[in-house]
Ligand binder design. Structure first.
Ligand code: MOS
Length: 738
């Protein structure tokens, strides 16, 4: 497989600035995902998994599995696989967790892989995996925040990194005690699972001493360097190819636990091996959003000015890794609250290691905090929109520095106008629809830190007039190809159809982790710098269109190339080297002299049907400030997706845990419901569109994650407005509003 140029020929009729450059490939099936590949001699793998919450394997019998016709190999801890731990990606390593299954008899959580079965067909592999027999010695375990046996550790004690320190600005306890108006409430949110359309899976083979890995990922660099560590080989001998990823959402941000065993199987068999982790196994195979509990205390003065906030949060993590907490990073910045105290605590229990899931900290944090703000607005007898506007700030209360850009009040005002907020009655349960449904209108805001990582790009201009861009970054559906292609076309004044983009491929570029909504800003910065260099090489002044073909031919060459490697403010070449290996190396959101966040305001209407009590969401209006909108089509799509996720999080999604069994009970899309088309009404998305040139050379901030932040609070606030009942636990379901 060679990197595929993007064919945009069929899109002639679309205006350039609304083009999604890989749309045609995706809808025609021409875009090949990692497990769409079927190389000759492909063997199929499946996993057998543990059925206890914790303990050890006393006896493992794979003889029946091995006897199934077509079975080629069964790998388990009995085979003494020569593999190292990849280390946890947030602990300096590469992996989704540090625990590599199949190495010993320990069972750390229900659903842990105990054997990898490889067969000629998927059917044979599946049948055989069901015949793997284990006898266990069980041990007590903890699976929920309320289970006995959960170990609690203050984050700064366990991970003494400055950016994970507790936040203390002023004296929040005293300011809270002295405030005339108070809210003190605790908000609970369940574990949730990303469930991207493309399941986790890989196709791997050996070409001589080189390991070739095709896997949909956000971090080809972590896979490459992590596998090198696990297998004891040179990273130069690992190729990772990931041109398309069918949804990442944080689940695909590191080296998954199945790839090293697949590499071992492929080497032993001398054949390509493919594994697609089933939807049911996915819930225990990779990361998920940890359950979290937030106690929020807010104080306001008699004028409705918030004067104190205390945000204490705990979230679940595994016994073997500490997935860090960064919840109060945004709650300390939503408003101009001078006295703020944030405390974050790990709750260690017996699960696989949880991790990043879209708006990983910001969504749960905003649900809790923006619900509390709504409660305080009602306690102050103020309109929740007006209350928020009255508490706006232009200065980052934590650093004391200005925000590089913050158009949140404008988001609120514009959204309110579009939504028709002025017709809202303040009193709960005072608005009804014609069919008798209770109508509720809620508002909430969100923020997400803007950051940037070291990135590289290589631009090749051809005598045929085409421009090829090889870049450090991954396409997981967010539209990074489109944003880059549009930037190049706009900059050089060429047709976007003459731009080819290659992403997610370690053969052409080092690959940093694409996550945290920094992908676009980082890649565009590197491409922008390479274009400056290319113009120099082509003898073209900055600004104005370039006749690429003529300029390349004038240089008497077939191609003219330029490279750029960019760093975030304060970053070093050493940071860049770590980033190239897939480690998170992040500059921001605090920069010298300013802080940078993306902002959003959401307005939600809910209707609660009188007889069934079903909660519907007929319309949402969202206005985002993400700096310059680099690609209008994909940006609007990102926000719609974030809103849908927010509706799912507030009304549908929960990983159900039975403390007697551990693991997640509802490991399927039948029992883990996500919103479907019929659940979604009108989504009205708008952007402020002011470039943030202080933060970024072309003015972009992040968007993918901020779009979800605050949606759940806006829904819950709307349910309160509709019914007069405040819900502090997600999801809010029919039985809660009956
Ligand atoms: Mo994101 S949840 O950091 O991919």
């Amino acid at each position: 497989m060679s990197p595929q140029p993007v064919d945009t020929r069929a899109q002639d009729t679309q205006p350039v600035d609304t083009r999604r450059v890989d749309a045609r490939e995706k809808v025609t099936g021409a875009a090949l995902y990692a497990t769409d590949l079927h190389p000759d001699q492909l063997a199929h793998a499946t996993l057998a998994t543990a059925t206890i919450g914790r303990g050890r394997i006393a006896e493992l019998d794979v003889s029946a599995a091995a006897a199934v016709p077509g079975v080629l190999l069964v790998l388990s801890h009995l085979d003494h696989l020569d593999l190292q731990s990849p280390g946890f990606v947030m602990g300096g390593g590469y992996g989704v967790q540090s625990l590599q299954p199949l190495l010993d008899d320990r069972i750390a959580y229900r659903g842990q892989a105990i054997a990898l079965v490889v067969a000629e067909t998927l059917t044979a592999a599946t049948e055989a995996a069901n015949l793997v027999r284990a006898r266990y010695e069980t041990e007590p375990f903890a699976a929920t925040l309320d289970s006995p046996g959960v170990e609690r550790i203050a984050q700064p004690t366990a991970i003494p990194l400055p950016f994970l320190a507790d936040i203390d600005v002023g004296d929040a306890e005293s300011a809270y005690a002295a405030a005339p108006l108070h809210v003190d409430a605790t908000y609970d949110q369940p574990a949730q699972h990303q469930n991207p359309m493309e399941l986790i899976g890989a196709t791997v083979w050996w070409r001589g001493d080189t390991l070739v890995v095709h896997e949909g990922t956000q971090s080809a660099g972590a896979i490459r360097h992590g596998l090198a560590q696990q297998l004891g080989i040179d990273a130069a001998n690992v190729e990772v190819v990931s041109p398309y990823t069918g949804g990442g959402f944080g689940q695909k941000n590191s080296l998954q636990i199945h790839i090293a065993p697949l590499a071992v199987a492929a080497r032993r068999l001398g054949r390509p091996v493919q594994l697609v982790v089933s939807r049911a196994q996915l819930f225990h195979h990779t990361s998920f959003r940890p359950a979290s509990r937030h106690r929020i205390r807010l104080g306001a003065d008699e004028h409705g000015r918030m004067v104190a906030a205390i945000h204490e949060v705990e979230h679940q993590t595994s016994r073997h890794d500490l997935f860090p907490l960064m919840y109060n990073e945004i709650t300390a910045r939503l408003y101009g609250i001078r006295d703020f105290r944030g405390r974050q605590t790990f709750a260690r229990m017996d699960t696989q290691t949880p991790g990043f899931m879209r708006a990983p900290f910001e969504h749960p944090a905003a649900f809790a905090f923006e619900s509390a703000v709504d409660e305080l607005a009602y306690a102050a007898n103020r309109d929740p929109l007006e209350f928020r506007l009255a508490n706006d700030t232009t200065v980052d209360p934590v650093s004391g520095e200005p925000f590089s850009s913050r158009h949140l009040a404008q988001c609120l005002r514009r959204g309110a106008k579009t939504f028709g907020w002025s017709a809202r009655r303040q009193r709960p349960a005072s608005m009804r629809a014609e069919d008798g449904s209770l109508v509720g209108w809620g508002v909430a805001v969100g923020a997400y830190p803007a950051s940037i990582v070291p990135a590289t790009s290589h631009v090749v201009a051809g005598a045929d007039g085409r421009v090829r861009v090889e870049v450090d970054g991954h396409e997981m559906g967010q539209g990074i190809r489109s944003t880059i292609a549009l930037l190049v076309a706009d900059d050089l004044g060429i047709d976007v159809r003459h731009v080819d983009i290659v992403v997610g491929d370690t053969r052409v570029a080092t690959q940093h982790l694409t996550a945290g909504s920094w992908g676009t800003a980082s890649a565009l910065g590197a491409v922008h710098a390479a274009l400056r260099e290319l113009r120099k090489q082509l003898g073209a002044d900055v600004g104005g269109p370039v006749d690429v073909s003529a300029a390349v031919r004038a240089a008497s060459r077939d191609t003219v190339e330029a490279r750029a490697a960019t760093l975030g403010p304060g970053q070093t070449e050493q940071d860049a080297e770590r980033a190239r290996q897939g480690h998170p190396v992040i500059a921001g959101p605090e920069f010298p002299g300013y802080s940078t966040f993306s902002w959003i305001a959401h307005f939600v209407e809910v209707r609660v049907e009188p007889t069934t009590c079903r909660i519907r969401v007929p319309r949402v209006v969202s206005v985002a400030d993400c700096g310059r909108v680099a690609s209008p089509v994909t940006a609007a799509s990102q926000v719609r997706g974030g809103i849908v996720w927010g509706i799912g999080a507030s009304l549908r999604e929960a990983g159900e845990v039975d403390p007697r069994y551990g693991g997640f009970l509802n490991a399927s899309l039948e029992e883990y419901p996500v919103p479907v088309n019929a659940d979604i009404g009108t989504l009205d998305v708008d952007f402020i569109g002011e470039p943030d040139l202080r933060f970024h050379p072309v003015g972009v901030k992040g968007l993918g994650e901020v779009s979800m932040v605050g949606v759940a609070a806006a829904v819950a606030n709307a349910v309160f407005h509709a019914t007069g009942v405040r819900h502090r636990r997600l999801p809010i379901r029919i039985e809660d509003v009956l």
